[in-house]
Design a protein around this ligand. Structure first.
Ligand code: AHR
Length: 661
């Protein structure tokens, strides 16, 4: 042991040659118990958690390019510049968004009237891509025909090049109508503005001014940014949790997420505040609101399109417990007044699964999806704690069990992975017999490498685990994405996989961040207005999502689970569809280590071919960036293998997946 220690110290001092020599002579034997095909891995095992934080919805996944399109921000022209004669009116055609802009002739042909929208940190354009401008408009009172010019401009240019593309639009009726025109961008440009000029002497009223790329995810008109939705699909997620996060709760009850406000015609979905606008004063974005253009219909549809089970989370009758004292009655719906909250849950199930002859099922059909969305899971409450939560949850459980025994219910274990609230809540969740308990852990490196065995001794009776929010946050103030953190996430996740009989879902958080508008990091996917990048943590999630197999297979190192001995972590699964074993090994040490995988009890002659995926780097503090998106990405190669064992050197700081046929 002493010799090993001394050698290890030498290795750490940086002599790679010695390290390799040592590694190959010191073989770590991992026993894969190939004949013990165990518990099934849930199809929902690895998934995604979406919340409108970091400009993830408006300004992110939701492809709308106009900020404050309905003039409903508390400062009605926030995001807009007006020039000439523009006035705010408030008797528009959409009762929940009554404001609109009236553009009136100035009285002089050279004094222009119009509006200029700055988008979300600018408007991102791709060369030769088409953008659909749409607006609800009517001629101003006493006018019969008006016209506007719609332009995409470079606001920084003082030359003729300022106008990138321009289109004329006639407004031909005194009744409100939707008008559309398509503009093709001649350039790649991330910081454009939308400008609208009144070009007639007769005035015009404009409402719900919108600009979308024509090429959205799956071509949906009220659609999503294609590269970002594709990044989600490429994770192969099994479950999709939405819409948060703290925004489910609201700072005050009136701010809570109410799904019914997010469905139906987009023009009439009322604006809500976004608690991430003001939570961090050093990352303060007074122009960050929830337009709800991306709402529950769109979430369900996306879940279906990316093959993930939808998992909505609803408010339990409590505003955010971080932001309100436990005895603050204003932040709590009285126990005898929860009916409308519970009804929201029942109606949501009807919206997702009900027949088209039901009220909410019909709305789903009217929105374009007559078939049910096949909702199976429902979370009640986000990061709740204390008796105030349990008492309220109990009311939901009683009704939902009676009316919808087919729906699996998710309860909370509070904001941390341990401690007083956690210890109180788990037994309460057992008593309430919820199906899954949501655990959250944003924790430093030490926690992640020390907790791969966390679930090894969890009770197998009662609720299962949903690791609903987690991410390795670098210690010493380095709380952002870097390869080292993702490596430790990979190490920790071997423990999720080994315990897939009790851990049925896991979702990294948060998912998205705009580089110019983030409040919280690390995050899985970063973007600006025209580009996106997948972080190192993304690749770890993807590797698990694409290699989850169907059944757990035990792996032992000296008869014990591999949870960090010698810096090694391991788990294995059998994939009955592809007839292959998939073994994951993580080496968090600074030196290579030689590992021999023995497939004990394997029948027949053994393996004939295989594949190896390697994800490693010594650039521990680096991540992928918009400029270097492929800085650290996994490598796949074929694996020469025969017989019933495999001996391989695992490089330093590396996550390896062996797939053996
Ligand atoms: O993911 C960011 C936040 O972290 C979530 O909104 C909340 O649930 C947790 O505290």
């Amino acid at each position: 042991m002493l010799t090993k220690k001394l050698l290890f110290t030498t290795l750490l001092s940086g002599c790679t040659l010695v390290a390799s020599a040592q590694a190959s002579s010191d073989i770590k034997e991992l026993d894969v118990q190939a004949n013990k095909i165990g518990a099934s891995v849930s199809s929902t095992m690895y998934g995604i958690f979406f919340e409108d934080i970091n400009f993830a919805a408006d300004g992110g996944l939701y492809a709308e390019l106009v900020k404050n399109r309905s003039f409903e921000f508390p400062q009605h022209f926030m995001g807009w510049k007006t020039f000439g004669n523009v006035t705010l009116q408030k008797d528009g055609p959409f009762n929940r968004n009554p404001h609109y802009a009236r553009l009136t002739y100035t009285g002089h042909r050279d004094k222009h009237t119009g509006l200029d929208n700055e988008g979300f940190f600018g408007i991102g354009l791709h060369k030769n891509a088409e953008y659909r401008f749409s607006v609800w408009a009517r001629t101003a009172p006493n006018s019969s025909k008006s016209s506007i010019r719609v332009e995409l401009i470079n606001p920084a240019s003082m030359a003729e090049t300022q106008v990138l593309v321009s289109q004329k639009l006639d407004i031909v009726s005194g009744d409100w109508k939707k008008y559309e025109v398509v503009l093709k961008s001649p350039v790649d440009f991330a910081k454009a503005h939308l400008r609208i000029f009144l070009t007639s002497r007769e005035g015009v009223d404009l409402e719900h001014v919108s600009l979308f790329p024509v090429d959205t995810w799956k071509g949906h008109k009220n659609g999503m940014r294609k590269d970002l939705a594709q990044a989600l699909a490429d994770l192969h997620p099994g479950v999709f949790r939405f819409p948060g996060g703290c925004i489910v709760e609201g700072t005050e009850l009136k701010d809570r997420y109410q799904w019914k406000n997010t469905v139906g015609p987009t023009e009439n979905r009322p604006l809500n505040s976004n608690r991430w606008e003001y939570t961090f004063t050093n990352r303060y974005y007074p122009d960050y609101f929830q337009s709800y253009g991306l709402g529950f219909f769109e979430y369900f549809q996306l879940a279906e399109e990316i093959g993930a089970a939808p998992l909505p989370i609803l408010n339990v009758g409590l505003a955010c417990e971080y932001q309100n004292a436990q005895d603050d009655k204003k932040a709590q719906v009285p126990l005898d007044s929860l009916d409308s909250y519970i009804q929201d849950a029942l109606d949501l199930i009807e919206f997702a699964n009900g027949g088209t002859d039901t009220k909410w099922g019909k709305l789903r059909a009217d929105m374009g999806h007559p078939a049910p969305f096949n909702l199976k899971y429902l979370g009640i409450g986000n990061e709740q704690w204390g008796k105030i939560y349990v008492d309220r949850l109990a009311k939901f459980v009683t009704v939902l069990r009676k009316k919808h025994p087919e729906i699996q219910l998710v309860g909370s274990s509070g904001p941390s992975a341990g401690g007083k609230e956690f210890d109180y809540l788990w037994p309460e969740m057992r008593k309430l017999k919820v199906d899954l308990v949501d655990e959250h852990y944003y924790a430093p490196e030490k926690w992640f490498i020390g907790n791969a065995g966390r679930y090894d001794n969890y009770s197998r009776k009662g609720p299962k685990v949903f690791a609903g929010e987690y991410a390795c946050h670098g210690a010493n103030g380095k709380k952002w994405n870097h390869f080292e953190a993702s490596l430790y996430e990979a190490a920790f996740m071997t423990g999720l996989e080994r315990n897939a009989d009790v851990v049925r879902m896991a979702t990294y958080a948060p998912l998205f961040a705009h580089v110019e508008g983030w409040q919280w990091r690390p995050d899985l996917i970063w973007y600006d207005n025209t580009r996106s990048v997948r972080s190192c943590s993304y690749y770890v999630q993807q590797l698990y999502g694409m290699n989850k197999g169907t059944n757990v297979v035990p792996v032992k190192y000296e008869n014990k689970n591999v949870i960090g001995q010698d810096g090694l972590y391991a788990s294995a699964v059998w994939d009955k569809n592809n007839k292959e074993y998939i073994v994951k090994v993580v080496n968090i040490k600074s030196v290579p280590q030689t590992v021999k995988l023995n497939f004990n009890g394997l029948k027949g002659k053994g393996f004939t071919n295989g594949e190896v995926i390697t994800y490693g780097s010594d650039k521990l503090l680096e991540d992928n960036t918009l400029d270097k998106p492929e800085n650290i990405v996994p490598q796949t190669s074929t694996l020469q293998v025969s017989g019933k064992s495999l001996t391989k050197e695992i490089p330093a700081y590396t996550f390896v997946i062996y797939k053996l046929k």
